[in-house]
Design a protein around this ligand. Sequence first.
Ligand SMILES: Cc1cc2nc3c(=O)[nH]c(=O)nc-3n(C[C@H](O)[C@H](O)[C@H](O)COP(=O)(O)OP(=O)(O)OC[C@H]3O[C@@H](n4cnc5c(N)ncnc54)[C@H](O)[C@@H]3O)c2cc1C
Length: 315
Amino acid sequence: MAIFVYAENINGIYKKAAFEAVSYAKAIADQAGDTVTAITINPTDSSDLLYQYGASNVIHIKDEGLKNFSAKSYAQALNEVATGNIIVFPHTTDASSIAPMLAIIRNNSLITNVLEAPESLSPFTVKRRAFSGKGFMHAKADAAGVIVTVSQNAFGVKLNGVAGSEEIKNLSVVNDDTKVLSHEQSSGKLDLKEAEIVVSAGRGLKGPENWGMIEELASVLGGATACSKPVSDIGWRPHTEHVGQTGKAISPNLYIAVGISGAIQHLAGVNSSKTIVVINSDPEAPFFKAADYGVVGDAFQIIPALTEKIKALKG
Ligand SMILES: Cc1cc2nc3c(=O)[nH]c(=O)nc-3n(C[C@H](O)[C@H](O)[C@H](O)COP(=O)(O)OP(=O)(O)OC[C@H]3O[C@@H](n4cnc5c(N)ncnc54)[C@H](O)[C@@H]3O)c2cc1C
């Protein structure tokens, strides 16, 4: 029986988190001596992209009724085509609401935010993130079927090309539930949750007029910008940039925190980043305890110098 994985797309384009989920499913399949079947709903991207990460079969669901997102309808559609006992999801906002619904429909165990390939497949046991990323636990599935969501940027995207084939499935799931009518991108910029690099700033920047240097550094690095909660509360930055316990939870490969003290509520949303760099004028700032690299100094001197250095290296 194949290992199934939901390959999420946005406006038809696969998310990086979908490739990570397929890579994760491939690791399980290798452990089980099995293959990976990816399920995808109304994509415009080619299935070739999914074969690259180890999906040897792609079930492409075509359903006009699923053009707009509805967790319940998506769960119903996935339930119609996923015949295996293990289903993998990325831990994205949408998938995190589909997975529990599917687990209820199928009476499966649900383990969210998993970090590593399973320690055992029988019983299914895996390490997962807990307590807003401040701890870990090892979870064991009791039901015969298990659904997992993969913490973003934890397992990583792994090229593992296989020969693949695609099957088109025409469905018409009845969609009488609440559904998203339209998506509006907050701006033309990089999606904060998908960004590999995030440059984030806090109250240490003194005012909104000083964000030019943060935007420039993010642009030079090809990253997105974020901010602490007070900064968006005062209106220096849009709320879409607020990260932390009450904002977005992100896990980029590189998180650069500038003039942010490192309060526990801020860390809750960023401490699963792969590498954290903290720039703060106060050597006692709590953020340094969570940092991989720290620079004690004035952001107004360090950021422009750093940006120039990176430009020179790139140029
Ligand atoms: C229920 C609850 C939920 C919360 N949720 C969130 C959340 O989701 N996200 C969040 O961010 N916060 C959240 N908070 C707020 C959190 O507790 C902190 O108050 C907030 O994170 C502090 O923001 P800050 O670091 O930008 O500001 P400050 O704490 O004022 O820190 C500013 C930092 O800038 C440094 N600095 C000053 N000047 C310079 C300079 N020239 N160069 C370099 N560094 C400089 C200072 O040393 C200081 O460390 C929450 C609080 C509560 C009670």
